[in-house]
Design a protein around this ligand. Structure first.
Ligand code: MEV
Length: 321
C-alpha cells in the first residue's frame, strides 16, 4: 500500500447565467464552504470507499484514471449535496484529478487541474460548459465572458466553436441562502432539453439572449454592491429559466417562499430539481421559509479556496473507509 494523497475542492452556485453560458454567454458564480474530498493511494486492486470497483464502469473515473498503470484505493467524502446543481460532480473531478496527479508524483497547475476536470465532465456528460470545473478549481468567485471584468484573467477554453474567458471575481460580502429540494437532477438531461428547445424555437434563443442581458446587468449590480438591483435581476432570471422549462414545482415553491424575506431568489445550476438560492439580509427567515416548504436550507459562506491538497490523512478528514 502506498501513502494517501488527499485533495479537496469546493462546491459552487451560479448567481446568474446558467444554461445561457453553455452557448458562450456570460455568467457569474461563487464557490461555497461545502467541499468534496478525495483520497488516493497505490493498492493491489481498485477500490472505492472500501468496495472493489471496475473504474471503467464510471465515466468520470475511467477518464481520470486513463493513464494509471497500477491499481488504487480511493476514498471520497462529500459535504456538497450530490446531484443538486452545486457542482458536486465537477468538485469530485477536480479533487480526484489533483489527488491522482499527486499520487503519480506530478504537480499540476490550477489551469491543468481545470482542463483535466472539464475533460472528465465533458467525457461523462458530453455537453455543458467549463463553468463548474473552473469555479470548483479556482474557488472564490469567477466571472465568465463578462464585457468588462475587473478581476485577473484566469484562462480561456474553446470547444465546438464556442469560447469561454474566465476572470477572478472577488466574492461580495452578501448573504446567500441555498435551498435544496432534495430532488436529484443530473445536469446532462437538463442541458439537452434546453438544446432541443433552442433547435426548434426562435423564442427559446431569445430567452437565452435575455438571460445574457440580465447577467451583464447583474454583473454591474454586483460590482456596485447593489443588493436590491442584483436580487431583482436574480428573480427575473428565475422567470426566464422557468420559461426555458428548467424549473419545477418544488423549486418554484422554495423560490416563492423565500421572496418575502429576500432581495431576490432563483434556481441555481441546471434545475429540474436540485437547489435554489436567495440573496437576503434575513437568512433565518429564509431558512424557516425553505424548511416550511420541505426544503433543506444552507446559509453558505462564499469565496472559499479552490482545489487544494489536504495535509490531513484520511482518518482526520472524516473520509468513509
Ligand atoms: C450547471 O451547473 C450549469 C449549466 O449551465 C450547465 C453548464 O454550464 O455546464 C446548466
Amino acid at each position: 500500500m502506498g501513502a494517501w494523497h488527499t485533495a479537496s475542492a469546493p462546491g459552487k452556485f451560479v448567481i446568474l447565467g446558467e444554461h445561457s453560458v453553455v452557448y458562450g454567454k456570460p455568467a457569474v458564480t461563487l464557490a461555497v464552504d461545502l467541499r468534496m474530498t478525495v483520497a488516493v493511494r497505490r493498492s493491489g486492486w481498485n477500490t472505492m470507499n472500501g468496495d472493489r470497483l471496475d473504474f471503467r464502469r464510471q465515466a468520470h473515473i475511467r477518464y481520470l484514471t486513463r493513464n494509471l498503470r497500477h491499481a488504487v484505493d480511493m476514498l471520497t467524502y462529500s459535504e456538497i449535496p450530490v446531484g443538486s446543481g452545486m457542482g458536486s460532480s465537477a468538485a469530485l473531478s477536480a479533487a480526484m484529478a489533483m489527488a491522482l496527479a499527486s499520487e503519480s508524483g506530478e504537480q499540476l497547475s490550477e489551469e491543468q487541474v481545470m482542463r483535466e476536470a472539464y475533460e472528465a465532465e465533458y467525457y461523462a456528460q458530453g455537453n455543458g460548459s467549463p463553468m463548474d470545473a473552473s469555479t470548483c478549481v479556482h474557488g472564490g468567485g469567477v466571472s465568465i465572458n463578462m464585457p468588462e471584468p475587473d478581476g485577473e484573467f484566469l484562462w480561456k477554453v474553446e470547444r465546438n466553436g464556442r469560447s469561454w474567458s474566465f476572470n477572478d471575481l472577488k466574492a461580495p460580502e452578501m448573504t446567500f441562502v441555498i435551498g435544496n429540494t432534495g430532488i436529484r437532477a443530473p445536469t446532462g438531461p437538463q442541458v439537452d432539453k434546453v438544446h432541443r428547445y433552442m433547435d426548434r424555437s426562435h423564442f427559446a434563443r431569445e430567452v437565452i439572449d435575455d438571460i445574457a442581458d440580465v447577467t451583464v446587468e447583474g454583473g454591474k449590480a454586483l460590482k456596485n454592491r447593489d443588493v436590491e438591483a442584483l436580487g431583482r435581476l436574480m428573480t427575473k432570471d428565475h422567470k426566464l429559466l422557468s420559461i426555458l422549462g428548467v424549473s419545477c414545482d418544488a423549486l418554484n415553491k422554495l423560490v416563492n417562499a423565500s421572496l418575502p424575506y429576500s432581495y431576490g431568489a432563483k434556481l441555481t445550476g441546471s434545475g429540474g430539481g436540485g437547489c435554489m438560492v436567495a440573496l437576503t439580509d434575513r437568512p433565518e427567515k429564509v431558512c424557516e421559509a425553505i424548511e416550511s416548504r420541505g426544503g433543506t436550507p444552507y446559509v453558505v459562506r462564499t469565496g472559499g479556496p479552490g482545489v487544494m491538497m489536504e495535509p490531513n490523512p484520511p482518518e482526520r478528514t472524516g473520509l468513509r473507509r
